[in-house]
Design a protein. Structure first.
Length: 106
C-alpha cells in the first residue's frame, strides 16, 4: 500500500509541517517504503483477536500516600530554602524556561 502525495500532504498539514514540493516527493517515497515494512503482518489471520490497548494490561500508576517519613525527620521550610539562590514565599524561585511570558528571566 503506497501513499499518495496527497496523503502525505494531509499528514504534513495535520502535523503542521511545511514541506516544499521536493520534500513532499521525498517524504512520500520514504513513508511508502516504511509502510511496506508492515506488509508481512497483514498476512496473519487476526479474525477474532482482541486488540491490545496497553502492553501491560490493567496496571495503573501506584502512588504512595503523601505523609511525613516514618522516622519523623524532615527539613523545615526555612532549612530547605536556606541555600537556595532565590526564593519566593515558601518556594524555590527558578528561571523560566518557557520564554518571557509570565516568568522570571535572568
Amino acid at each position: 500500500m503506497a501513499l499518495t502525495t496527497d496523503d502525505v500532504r494531509r499528514i504534513a498539514a495535520y502535523a503542521r509541517i511545511a514541506l516544499t514540493e521536493n520534500e513532499l516527493a521525498e517524504m512520500t517515497a520514504y513513508m511508502s517504503e516504511a509502510i511496506k515494512l508492515f506488509e508481512p503482518i497483514r498476512a496473519y489471520d487476526l479474525a477474532g483477536v482482541e486488540p491490545t490497548y496497553h502492553p501491560i494490561g490493567g496496571l495503573s500508576n501506584v502512588m504512595a500516600a503523601d505523609v511525613a517519613n516514618k522516622h519523623g525527620r524532615s527539613l523545615s521550610v526555612d532549612a530547605a530554602l536556606s541555600n537556595a539562590a532565590s526564593t519566593q514565599g515558601k518556594a524555590f524561585r527558578i528561571p523560566s524556561i518557557l520564554g518571557t511570558a509570565g516568568g522570571d528571566q535572568r
